[in-house]
Design a binder for this molecule. Structure first.
Ligand code: CP
Length: 361
């Protein structure tokens, strides 16, 4: 009889625990090479110059991709490179947008979408699995349920003879730095005609405790002037202290409330999130209190004419579908922006951003 139970191999990497416990700001250098970011693990790696540059590069790629000639130019840029998409936590948008970002740049991509189809079934460790990918490809994008896993793989690979770039495509309830990039791109594009993101008021609504997208986006606010954040959530889903301490340290104004209605009329953007039930022990109890934090069609009359409604998606019930047709609902554009900004990020990592800019000179 076959034994279907997976046997996990736990490997001890000397120095990893000590490294993991260092303050993020003190270990960012490890993830850069020759003054350029090499691995994309934390939102704290991005400064204003980099964010502005990414938005500009994403715009250039988006414009080039509109024409056959431009698309052909893009598709030759990385035709000699290969990527591995290792997504062992479910994903639709991040996976598909990275895959299409690779296609835009001509990069070949392979995928593993669950540990049941890799040799992890035979007991191979996740770390050895990632190291194996590095033998074949030039870039690894990791979506994993464990906080710190993408960081560990980058740390391990950086000590090998063939380090390849690792991008964190979502690490448990911890961080989702490329989602934060696409959120910034969406905010900047939406506010292009009213002075950009500086000076804006943003409400983040819902499960702020376990929502990695709002956590990563909050980190990026230190790069913008005079931002005010409103954390709107029930008590059990309040934003965690690490983010609030970061905001205090960087003098970023934030308020916490459970009164969604009072915040709606004063903000420039409303960032909705779903309950992160995959991390729940009592999911049904949580759903009961969440309906107060839904955005309904009738609420559209309470928000400013320029106020955008965002959502990282997937959604459950927190935005009514009849909100979708309002021009202020930008979440479908937001997910498409993910493809452009991820293509920009990959182009940057492989140093072909100059060739893209040359098309506009
Ligand atoms: N926003 C986001 O990360 O979506 P997926 O989980 O579908 O990738």
């Amino acid at each position: 009889m076959m034994n279907s139970e997976k046997e996990e191999t736990i490997q001890i990497y000397p120095g990893w625990t000590e490294f993991y416990n260092i303050e993020v700001s003190d270990k960012l250098d490890i993830f850069s090479k020759k003054n350029r970011l090499f691995d994309i693990i934390f939102a704290q790696q991005f400064d204003r110059a980099f964010l502005d540059f990414m938005c500009e590069l994403a715009n250039q790629i988006r414009l080039l991709a509109k024409t056959k000639l431009g698309a052909r130019v893009l598709s030759h840029l990385l035709s000699h490179k290969r990527a591995m998409l290792y997504f062992v936590q479910p994903s639709t948008r991040t996976f598909i947008s990275f895959l299409n970002a690779c296609h835009i740049l001509g990069m070949k991509a392979s995928e593993i979408r669950g540990t049941t189809t890799s040799s992890e079934v035979k007991g191979e460790s996740a770390e050895d699995t990632i190291r194996t990918f590095a033998s074949y490809v030039d870039l690894i994008v990791v979506r994993h349920p464990e906080a710190g896993f993408a960081e560990k793989t980058a740390w391990v690979l950086n000590q090998t003879e063939r380090p390849v770039s690792v991008i964190n495509g979502g690490s448990g309830p911890d961080q989702h730095p490329t989602q934060a990039l696409l959120d910034i791109y969406t905010l900047e594009r939406s506010f292009e005609h009213i002075g950009g993101l500086d000076g804006k008021k943003i409400a983040m609504v819902g499960d702020l405790k376990r929502g990695r997208t709002v956590r990563s986006l909050s980190y990026l606010m230190r790069n913008y002037k005079d931002i005010t954040l409103y954390f709107v959530s029930p008590e059990i889903f309040k934003m965690r202290d690490d983010i609030k301490n970061f905001l205090r340290k960087h003098d970023i104004k934030f308020y916490e409330t459970d009164d969604f209605a009072s915040v709606m009329p004063i903000v420039d953007a409303i960032y909705m999130t779903r309950i992160q039930k995959e991390y729940s022990t009592t999911p049904s109890k949580e759903t009961d209190i969440y309906s107060t934090f839904h955005f309904r069609k009738k609420n559209l009359s309470n928000v400013q004419s320029h106020c955008i409604i965002m959502h990282p998606l997937p959604r459950r019930y927190e935005i009514e579908v009849n909100v979708d047709t309002d021009p202020r609902a930008v979440y479908w554009r937001q997910e498409r922006n993910g493809m452009w900004i991820r293509a920009a990020l990959i182009a940057y990592l492989f140093g072909v951003d100059d060739e893209i800019a040359d098309e506009f000179n």
